[in-house]
Design a protein around this ligand. Structure first.
Ligand code: ACK
Length: 302
């Protein structure tokens, strides 16, 4: 039990437990859907609110990602990673049980119809949270890994708008692919680092690039991919770069917050987004450096 308390062990749930928790997977409890299947909200008998991810049947790729996700994050415990409580493999189904995140995804918070206006301080907190979660994945735990699919829909927000990284289906151990070229490219177009998208070169610097795209979205309020973007990320970043060089960076930021632009947080986020999306992986900072840059503890030199 001590191990469990420390979050070092993943629990096996019974089908019955999860069926009861979600009121028999009632549609009313549906939180959302993805290519992998459906996510339901539930409540365990001890009152813990959970999110249950149910894999759609007959998805071989999904199966692999599910098992991968269990292996990758069971035991990982960090305030900026969505906690995996456990899983259930009964009844020919695969179910993953996570902590419940009250404020949905960052994508919804930025672009959703009912999105609240996030002030600069909150955006900075979210940006630093994602950076810290990634830093932990890259070098903070015993196992080192690359997430491979950092994007605004994979960042969830808790009741206090703390950011936590989710969806580890594509994550890979750092050592595993560090030294060779990955033959199967997976991830999301628009967030993928060029060296990975073009040549399958996978290092943690691919996550740094995706993080830079996310940071640019947090500042600009513009999506390069979905749900409502017209700009592709390359043009968005080039645009930001040009404005940055002419000293007119204000144009980059979310119009909602432009009046309030003299924010040091916003300026730092734009600069960090730019260094992280450098086309050369070697010139991108590590996530630890990105955290320090965002917090004003390290100078940002393009
Ligand atoms: O943006 P959303 O509402 O937040 O839509 C997606 C959807 O399920 C498919 O991924 C939501 N979701 C996923 N995991 C969780 C969780 N742990 N807590 C709350 N909502 C979640 C996500």
């Amino acid at each position: 039990r001590d191990l469990k308390a420390q979050g070092l062990q993943t629990v096996c749930f019974t089908w019955r437990q999860l069926q009861t928790a979600t009121n028999n997977f009632d549609q009313a409890n549906k939180l959302g859907e993805g290519g992998f299947g459906t996510v339901f909200k539930g409540e365990l008998s001890d009152g813990t609110i959970i999110a249950v991810k149910q894999l759609s049947s007959n998805s071989c790729q999904g199966n692999r990602e599910f098992v991968n996700e269990i292996g990758m994050i069971s035991g990982l415990n960090h305030p900026n990673l969505v906690k995996l409580y456990g899983c259930c493999v009964e009844k020919n189904q695969l179910l993953l049980v996570y902590e419940y995140m009250e404020n949905n995804s960052l994508a919804l918070a930025l672009y959703g119809n009912n999105s609240q206006t996030l002030d600069w301080e909150t955006r900075q907190k979210i940006c630093v949270g994602i950076a810290r979660g990634l830093e932990f994945l890259h070098e903070g735990s015993m196992i080192r890994m690359v997430h491979r699919d950092i994007k605004t829909t994979n960042v969830l927000l808790d009741a206090d708008l703390n950011a936590k990284i989710s969806d580890f289906g594509l994550a890979r151990l750092h050592e595993e692919e560090h030294s060779h070229i990955s033959t199967k490219i997976a991830g999301t177009i628009g967030y993928m680092a060029p060296e990975y998208a073009l040549w399958g070169q996978l290092t943690e610097k691919a996550d740094v690039y995706s993080f830079g795209v996310v940071a640019m979205e947090i500042v600009s309020g513009k999506s390069n991919v979905k749900p409502q973007g017209n700009d592709d990320h390359v043009s968005l970043i080039n645009w930001a770069l040009a404005l940055h060089q002419t000293g007119d960076a204000m144009e980059v930021v979310d119009p909602v917050l432009q009046g309030d632009f003299n924010s040091k947080e916003a300026v730092r986020m734009i600069k960090v987004a730019l260094v992280c999306t450098n086309s050369s992986p070697a010139l991108r900072p590590t996530m630890l450096e990105a955290v320090q840059m965002l917090e004003g503890e390290m100078e940002i030199t393009p």
